[in-house]
Design a protein around this ligand. Structure first.
Ligand code: BV8
Ligand code: ZN
Length: 318
């Protein structure tokens, strides 16, 4: 049966759901100016093969090239602002909103494939609420960044993990970023100028967290197992309503295991609601399909515009 785009029947189904989950991809951040991976003309993967560049082998072979690539993306993401779609999804972590639109569900967890931390930062800006007499868990537990986060680094020696929004992880990379982009006269960066455990000021300590080891971006590369995939698979097996937002990975031929989750929920008798700019392969399996920019469709279909205006009064016209 073709997917329904009737908002009323979606809201009725949502109001009866017992275990709502959200799975999002690059389309969620498109309105924040962040390139998608595949579908637009400025897509990230248009000019290189991710299987070659976004892999642990590539990092071993060419850490300078990899850090140049990730530093540039990190600098761009640092300037990006969350868009109405991020805020609309974050209202589902706000107990009073959830009680109104989905009173029977366990707290929805937002599983995002994005590494830009925008959804996390909006959740962290939510006021803590009392849910009756129980303290609501911190909003940051309402999200799983399944492919990691570009603002987190891991030391390849002592494994120290650190989140930092500092514009500069290593002075040499910032110089590189400032240099004009034609590759041949880029200032050369040496291995020991790359981000290191303990920062540029490292002075020989071998202590955990400042051992001088080479840092890597804590993102999941191809061939690496997404760290919480077991936890996600368990949540998906109990999910009876999956909101799939801005991702091409609806059927298995794209990035797995994300692309398998929607099929799993469907197989278990759960319902799928797809929010996508256009048709995406496999969306004919969806129960609900809302075609359009999710920064418009999500606030409208969830009817959370007022909640957004109250929760984030300073954010201009979200
Ligand atoms: C794993 C972080 C084992 C890094 C990413 C065959 C050969 C070789 C390998 C494989 C194979 N089959 C499967 C694999 C494994 C491999 C894989 O999937 N390869 C594919 C490419 C063939 N997968 C892995 O290696 C994964 N690990 O499998 O481990 C395992 C797993 C589980 C349990 C046990 C063992 C790890 C993959 C992680 C790779 N890292 N990102 C970085 O970013 O640099 S992937 C990256 O690409 C994203 O995170 C995301 O996952 C994917 C892109 O997909 P989307 O987010 O959907 O973006 P896309 O551009 O495609 O689409 C955008 C959509 O938005 C479109 O539909 C568009 O219409 C829509 N849109 C646009 N604007 C809007 C909008 N919608 C609404 N509103 C708008 N405004
Ligand atoms: Zn270290």
């Amino acid at each position: 049966m073709a997917p329904s785009s009737d908002q009323g029947s979606f809201r009725t189904a949502l109001a009866q759901a017992k275990s709502v989950l959200i799975l999002s991809g690059a389309g969620l951040s498109a309105a924040s100016g962040i390139a998608t991976y595949r579908n637009a003309d400025n897509s990230l993967w248009n000019n290189f093969d991710p299987q070659k560049l976004a892999t642990p082998e590539a990092f071993k072979e060419n850490p300078i090239g990899m850090w140049t690539f990730y530093h540039r993306r990190r600098a761009e993401y640092l300037l990006a602002k969350p868009n109405p779609a991020h805020y609309a999804l974050a209202t589902l972590a706000h107990a009073p909103t959830l009680t109104r639109i989905a009173p029977f569900t366990t707290r929805p967890v937002h599983i995002t494939q994005n590494v830009d931390a925008l959804a996390l930062r909006v959740l962290e800006s939510l006021p803590a609420t009392q849910d009756g007499d129980s303290e609501v868990p911190p909003p940051a537990e309402a999200i799983i960044e399944m492919h990691g986060d570009i603002f987190v680094t891991r030391c390849t020696s002592c494994q120290h993990v650190q989140r930092s929004y500092a514009p500069e992880l290593a002075a040499a990379l910032t110089a590189l970023e400032k240099a004009n982009s034609d590759e041949n006269d880029l200032p050369s960066v040496t291995l020991d100028q790359l981000p290191k455990c303990g920062g540029d000021a490292w002075a020989g300590s071998n202590r955990y967290g400042r051992c001088g080891g080479l840092l890597r971006p804590e993102v999941v590369w191809f061939g690496e197992v997404p760290p919480r995939s077991g936890e996600i698979a368990r949540k998906m097996s109990g999910c009876d309503m999956l909101l799939v937002v801005g991702t091409s990975s609806i059927v298995g031929d794209l990035v797995r295991p994300a692309a398998d989750y929607a099929a799993q929920v469907k197989k278990n008798g759960g319902s799928l609601a797809v929010f996508n700019l256009g048709r995406s392969n496999g969306d004919e399996e969806a129960d609900f399909l809302f075609v359009g920019p999710c920064e418009e469709t999500l606030p409208e279909v969830l009817q959370v515009q007022e909640d957004m205006a109250i929760l984030w009064p300073k954010v201009e016209a979200i």
